[in-house]
Design a protein. Sequence first.
Length: 292
Amino acid sequence: MTKPDALVDHAARLAEALPPLLLAAERVAQAVAAGGHGRKKSGPGESFWQFRNYLPGDEPRRINWRKSAQTGLTLIRETEWATAQSVFLWRDASPSMDFRSKPRLPTKRQRAELLLMAMGCLLSRGGERMALIEDSAPASNGKHALAAMATALSRQESGNSLPRLKRDIPSGSHILLVGDFLAPPDTLKPFLSSLASKGCRGILLQVLDPAETRFPYRGRLLAEGCEGEGSLLISSAGTLRKAYLARLATQQAEMQALARPLGWDFRVHDTSQPPRSALLALYGSLARGTHR
């Protein structure tokens, strides 16, 4: 079994324990609020399907002024294609994601890819379209889409620790970003703010090795940077534990403070914990987001 095939198989088995993730609830709620109808069938096309409320990030030229005048609301004329829900996924491919403190543990990158694919399986079972943020392939679902996503992930070499958009993200989409997020939170703010301005909601999942969450080291420690920071010889690592944990807590609080005002969720996953626990948390966050 090739690496992409093995990843799809593992992710599918992990996703089997959960019910299908139906983001259709958000479409129904939006349709009711706009006095329209839900989507009957997804797919490309130009035929009219419904009116919906204007959202920040929508192009003003799409406003239907006649319908807006009749209802007193600012309404957008949608087609079947525009109504379809898509979820866009990303995982950090920076060198720090290849870290693991013990051979029996997965690397952060391995766990991130597994969770991304497991969520893809759930979305596909629910009839939703998904795509990688840093891939130009159109959002789709089904086994072929999952296989293509796994192949794209396996081909991506080490890269930037921040997402880079290679596509247009439709207004109201859902986003899942998975990484260690150890860079200053402010570096992520422009990206998140841009998506939030289009009505996109999402989840930030910080994946960390247990050594990063607990700092179990004592005595002499040679700390080597994963991304070219050099090395540092620490004579008594145990004396730094309290300060390290305090700094990590501050960093996570800053991530939470960044995400919450934008309507996003921030969660933390330890790679020594079962992946199913993280998938349950992601499922819950994304499902709740459909009812906001």
